[in-house]
Design a protein around this ligand. Structure first.
Ligand SMILES: *Cc1c(COP(=O)(O)O)cnc(C)c1O
Length: 353
């Protein structure tokens, strides 16, 4: 059919399954196993439904102000959106318009090539080394002239965190394109590259409420950068959809930010569980890169990733598995509650013996 010639064809990103059965132990999409801060619940219960007839504030000021205070970043250096997926997609649209390819690792968040395809941005995947580490020099413009760089830190799904000093070198060697650092998992033990926005006008730091703040269902993401960089992103956003974020998410996001003690305690609990689970998995014959995220990317020395994935699924324990060559034998296991992880370990112990 002739109209089909003009269709923008894309192979979409495939998110992890969202089963409706509440008895399933869900360790497949890196959600937080604990509820959002108590203040979020209180606010949600007292929300005025009449206000829903009004458009939300297009500037999302209450949320931007709260982020500004919390992170000590001026308001005009903050961009907010419908989850970091929306923020990242807007960053692609705004910054990646060169004929040169954008660069990202061969194993990373699998949305990066989908957006490149959607926006018709040329891209080049740079292989991680045999230990799943990023060799930063591969991304320097002297070596690979590029139209931009996007790195997840900690990297997904491998979990490895790289120090800010390496990211700074990366930006120093890429002053002619925008460098995006996707920090979706930074609150589980890494140190944010946020201070770099003061020194370099071409670095964008992206974070989300979906993992560490337990609000994946509300869809809140944000980014920090130079005033110039954020200004360009806002221009693109206001040319696309003025009202991306809905009213409840703006206010509930503020409530989540305001309870810092709860946030820190939740992250600490997840980190403690992660470190315990690392030991348990090791004793069962699994190996994995050292993770600073809320998941572990593990491979068993004997049993294939696919077999374990299917056996766990049958047991009602969902983890993530990819059929890509290089990571075929790996499982990405989200850190759940201690109770959930005990059930996982007990099943694996039994299955592997
Ligand atoms: C989860 C995730 C995101 C997207 O999260 P949102 O829910 O859209 O905020 C972005 N990048 C990475 C690496 C992720 O794992």
């Amino acid at each position: 059919m002739s109209w089909e010639k003009a269709v923008r064809r894309v192979v979409p990103y495939v998110p992890g399954e969202q089963p409706q059965d509440k008895n399933i132990i869900k360790l497949n999409t890196n959600e937080c196993p604990y509820p959002p801060a108590p203040g979020v619940r209180k606010l949600l219960e007292s929300m005025k439904y009449e206000d829903m007839r009004l458009y939300p504030d297009p500037e999302a000021s209450v949320l931007v102000d709260a982020l500004s205070k919390y992170y000590s970043v001026p308001e005009d250096q903050i961009f907010v959106g419908v989850g970091s997926d929306d923020v990242l997609s807007m960053a692609y649209l705004t910054f990646f318009n060169s004929d040169k390819p954008i660069l990202f690792p061969d194993i990373t968040y699998s949305f990066y090539d989908v957006w490149a395809e959607l926006y018709k941005v040329p891209y080049k995947k740079i292989p991680l080394d045999d230990d799943f580490r990023i060799n930063f020099e591969d991304y320097y413009e002297e070596k690979h002239p590029n139209g931009g760089v996007i790195i997840a830190n900690p990297n997904a799904p491998v979990g490895i965190y790289e120090p800010v000093s390496k990211l700074e070198e990366l930006v120093k060697h890429n002053r002619n394109s925008v460098v995006i650092i996707d920090e979706a998992y930074i609150d589980f033990g890494g140190e944010s590259a946020l201070p770099l926005i003061k020194k370099y006008d071409n670095i964008l730091i992206v974070q989300t409420f979906s993992k560490s703040r337990a609000m994946a269902g509300m869809r809140i993401g944000y980014a920090f950068g130079s005033k110039k960089l954020i200004g360009y992103m806002k221009d693109a956003k206001f040319s696309f959809n003025s009202y991306t974020m809905n009213r409840p998410s703006l206010d509930l996001g503020v409530a989540a930010i305001e309870d810092d003690a709860y946030f820190k305690a939740t992250c600490a609990k997840i980190v403690a569980t992660r470190e315990r689970v690392k030991k348990e998995l090791q004793s069962l014959g699994f190996s994995f890169p050292d993770s600073k995220a809320n998941f572990i990317f593990a491979k068993h020395y004997k049993v294939s990733g696919e077999e374990l994935f299917l056996a766990l699924k049958k047991e009602g324990i969902y983890v993530r598995h990819w059929s890509t060559d290089r990571i075929y034998n790996h499982l990405r296991i989200t850190i759940g509650t201690d109770e959930e992880m005990d059930k996982l370990i007990a099943f694996l112990k039994d299955y592997l013996s």
